[in-house]
Design a protein around this ligand. Structure first.
Ligand code: SF4
Length: 332
């Protein structure tokens, strides 16, 4: 892997919520100690069932929400260092100011392109405003620069003055991608960017993202519950379960020989048209347990076919198995 652009260590986010008539305060451990890094120009796919915390990881990295604990290091700068004493509102405001110049370097592509585009703004405004805010262009150059970006994502100059509702779902996601590219970012967090699109359009958007990555040297954190999409786009894959990364490996390694029982079950659930690719019958039973009160020991033990007494008591360490493979499981 190339030198990391992003390094995340022991990252946690616990949300406080009140429960029931007693108004008891409990904590949802959405992200509960996550470690990974992403090399420059690389795509890390973050996959897991819904509710596993992968979207919260994306929002923490973009600093849309503050972490409870842990470190985020981006392009050799510590994004969380200032937070250590950020308990008072004034201190927190100063931290946000310090973060502002870095913001243009990390952007997001959302799942629902319609909901994420302001219906009262034209394409020129939607894509051009971020460039103006970050001082990358003068107002008078906006249409010219936006037209260039639109061409990059496969849209036309004539569409500059149109509103989001005048576009199809795939075109709207292209606008979302153009907006993300507008500030010349280094890291793009793509949060289920194809989930709301027709299957026929999904491949076009994935191929466009790959093409843009090659042209602009982009680094992606690609979040999806869809293992097929993750396989198509990723260089490496991190598998999340109930707030933790349980396995991380190069794509080829992970798909050829998944090590963690949860990864094995996820892959086995993907139907194959090739009769030669007979899979073991690995059925993932039950729902993901509540992140308010996760199971003791290994969090996966309530659904794991290999669970042993030790798994209920002792949390497995996320350890390196080989050069490009990390796993958290007592089987190794
Ligand atoms: Fe299964 Fe135990 Fe490994 Fe957890 S630690 S995945 S319960 S074998």
């Amino acid at each position: 892997m190339s030198a990391p652009l992003l390094e995340v260590s022991r990252l946690k986010k616990h949300f406080a919520v009140t429960r029931g008539l007693s108004q008891e305060k409990v904590f949802v451990r959405a992200v509960d100690g996550v470690d990974f890094s992403i090399g420059r120009g690389e795509t890390l796919g973050l996959v897991g069932e819904s509710g596993c915390g992968k979207t919260t990881v994306g929002r923490l990295i973009l600093r849309l929400i503050d972490p409870t604990e842990g470190n985020i290091r981006f392009d050799d700068k510590e994004l969380t260092a200032l937070d250590r004493q950020a308990l008072q509102p004034l201190r927190r405001a100063l931290d946000r100011q310090a973060l502002q110049p870095l913001r243009r370097f990390f952007q997001i592509i959302f799942q629902d392109p319609f909901a994420s585009l302001n219906p009262r703004m034209t394409v020129s405004e939607i894509v051009g405003r971020p460039m103006e805010i970050h001082g990358l262009i003068h107002h008078t150059d906006r249409d010219e620069k936006v037209a260039e970006l639109l061409a990059t994502v496969g849209l036309r100059r004539e569409q500059l003055g149109r509103y989001p509702h005048e576009f199809s779902g795939g075109q709207r996601q292209r606008i979302g991608i153009a907006r993300a590219l507008a500030t010349q970012p280094k890291l793009v967090v793509a949060d289920e960017p194809t989930s709301a699109l027709d299957v026929s359009v999904q491949a076009q958007i994935l191929n466009l993202m790959k093409d843009l990555q090659r042209r602009f040297g982009l680094t992606y954190l690609f979040i999806s519950h869809n293992i097929g999409v993750i396989r198509h786009i990723s260089d490496r894959v991190a598998v999340m379960y109930l707030g933790k990364v349980v396995e991380m490996a190069a794509k080829r390694t992970l798909f050829a020989k998944p090590a963690h029982p949860y990864t094995q079950a996820l892959l086995a659930a993907v139907p194959s048209l090739d009769p030669r690719q007979r899979k073991e019958d690995v059925i993932l039973e039950g729902d993901v347990p509540s992140p308010v009160n996760p199971p003791s020991g290994c969090r996966f033990h309530t659904r794991c076919r290999f669970a042993m007494p030790r798994c209920r008591e002792e949390e497995p360490v996320f350890q390196r198995l080989a050069d490009d493979r990390w796993v958290a499981c007592h089987l190794y």
